[in-house]
Design a protein around this ligand. Sequence first.
Ligand code: MTE
Ligand code: MO
Length: 208
Amino acid sequence: MDAEGGTAPSADRLPPGQRMQRGEWPVLHYGPVPRFKPATWDFRVTGATAEEQGGIWFHDQFAALPTIDVVADFHCVTKFTMLDAPWRGVAARTVLDLAPPAPEATHVTVWAEYGYSANLRLEDLLRDDVVFATHHDGAPLTPEHGFPLRLILPHLYAWKGPKWVRGIEYLTADRRGFWEERGYHNIGDPWKEQRYSYQEDPGDGPPL
Ligand SMILES: Nc1nc2c(c(=O)[nH]1)N[C@H]1C(S)=C(S)[C@@H](COP(=O)(O)O)O[C@H]1N2
Ligand SMILES: [Mo]
């Protein structure tokens, strides 16, 4: 118990090299905050899809998909960790069930506004706590935190989860995303402290 009578978060919640973020939730991204345009917003599933047409949801359709609640820690590669962030949104698994990959798909690119992207292994999206989040702490995401949709992957550094996400592309071979091409680790597991691409082992990612 800490001085306020709550349970002090134990140090083993912090991945190596991380520190606890207290106070405000920082805003971190490259480039401007995009303006949400409901009339033209869609979420597309493209690439190596099981069925030729892939998938597309317009905003009201995506908003009608079943949701889950996830409480998860959030680790930024710049070394802050936010504990117990409450998210609500559509389980990534639900999206993959509704617009499945072809059997030969192994990886995905997650695409966001302005061409931001992150690459993942297909299995990263199949975990129970991976969510295309629409809400944080009971309220819709704010524009700077990714409204109307961002991907949350609690087991990876936060750059792997694009804000303002617009779709996924199934890949039959891995391909680096925005930060993975610019010096960040292809996998990005905070518990292994996989921050930078120079730390990659053979097989962790495509050649740079
Ligand atoms: N579209 C987009 N998503 C992004 C980024 C970005 O630059 N563009 N930055 C990532 C990084 S490095 C982090 S730490 C988190 C930050 O999320 P926050 O601003 O809500 O704290 O968003 C991630 N998602
Ligand atoms: Mo980050």
